[in-house]
Write a protein that binds this ligand. Structure first.
Ligand code: IPM
Ligand code: MG
Length: 355
């Protein structure tokens, strides 16, 4: 198969981690007989420097014409004083909205080799950590009106029934393919948008009778994720709650550097990115962990290109890296050998096998 991939290297550690993911994709192509063509797209701080715009229309078009988009990370201190609507992150939000990728899937799964890296107590980790956060990605407070007038700043949070319903369905469908437990997270004791959220979820539950739906307030959910993560199978939530909870969920699995994500809408053209940021403090030092990006590439193969075996091969090679007691700095522990970003990518590419 031939696939055209738009590649956004971005800022900070972005270029380094994406380079490793491309090494791995090239190797997948070689052993499974696929051709991956890459088109570089400028987005984020680097696009501000080049064009004065974090995502010029021409760059967005390249993404829309591709079969899928692989993204490293964007942003950095250098652009902190740029006005809100021109910040690097705005490029990312425009990309997500432009592609219509409303459904963001963020797995929180602990690799058995990394159970020591979790900050949680052993007896909690041993009960198992394996859940998915389905985050609404192109609505809510991120996309409401933002304004500052005199000494008052306002951000509007609004959701329509149809926006809630389409992400709710993804939540139910995801749970249906797993352990059939869906937890809908909101703040319905305070927010109107959350009361609507809850109402729509319960209406959908009548259609998905094989899935057990529960409700949880977001503050309680933040607590439950560290107290008893084994209780979760699939969590579905709105944009900002999902942003916050997915950082928390990633940390209990050992490192945010390990977690990939997929974002999909109505078509198979998806956006794949690690959930961490651009980490400018460690950029260019060859110490970043490329695994979140490499696993994002695996998700692209699985969900957008229907290449399940190829995705399995990447995940097995990541497991082989951990089995070899090799670690990047963020997951380093006693008795293991620390390697750099490029050595990590090379090992994974070299250890890819066609079963
Ligand atoms: C994420 C990031 C982004 C978000 C930022 C960079 C805009 O934190 O993907 O989780 O808040 O969605
Ligand atoms: Mg985030």
């Amino acid at each position: 198969m031939t696939k055209n991939i738009a590649v956004i290297r971005g800022d900070g550690i972005g270029p380094e981690i994406v380079a490793e993911a491309l090494k791995v994709l090239d190797k997948v192509g070689e052993i499974f007989g696929h051709t991956f063509n890459y088109t570089d797209v400028d987005m984020g701080g680097c696009a501000i420097d080049k064009y004065g715009d974090p995502l010029p229309e021409s760059e967005l078009q390249k993404c829309l014409k591709s079969d899928s988009v692989l993204l490293g990370a964007v942003g950095g201190e250098k652009w902190n004083n740029v006005p809100g609507d021109k910040r690097p992150e705005k490029g990312l939000l425009r990309l997500r909205a432009g592609m219509g990728v409303y459904s963001n899937n963020r797995p929180a799964k602990i690799w058995k080799q990394l159970s020591d890296a979790s900050p949680l107590r052993k007896e909690i980790v041993e009960k198992g950590i394996d859940f998915i956060i389905v985050r609404e990605l192109i609505g809510g407070i991120y996309f409401g009106e933002h304004k500052t007038v005199d000494d008052t700043a306002t951000d509007v949070l609004s959701y329509s029934e149809s926006e809630i319903e389409r992400i709710g369905r993804i939540g139910f469908e995801t749970a249906r393919k797993r352990n059939k437990k869906l937890c809908s997270v909101e703040k319905s004791n305070v927010l109107d948008s959350s009361r609507l959220w809850k109402k729509v979820m319960h209406r959908l539950a009548e259609e998905y009778t094989d899935v057990e739906l529960s409700d949880m307030l977001v503050d309680n959910c933040a607590m439950q994720i560290v107290k008893n993560p084994a209780q979760f199978d699939v969590i579905v939530t709105e944009n900002m709650f999902g942003d916050i909870l997915s950082d928390e969920a990633s940390m209990i699995t050992g490192s945010i550097g390990m977690i990939p994500s997929s974002s999909l809408g109505a078509t198979s053209c998806g956006l794949y990115e690690p959930i961490h940021g651009s980490a400018p403090d460690i950029a260019g030092k060859n110490i970043a962990n490329p695994i979140g990006t490499i696993l994002s590439a695996a998700m692209m193969l699985r969900y957008s290109f229907d290449m399940g075996k190829e995705a399995d091969a990447i995940e097995n090679a990541v497991s082989a890296f951990l089995d070899a007691d090799l670690r990047t700095a963020d997951i380093m522990s006693e008795g293991k050998t620390q390697v750099g970003c490029s050595e990590c990518g090379e090992f994974i590419a070299k250890n890819l096998k066609r079963e």
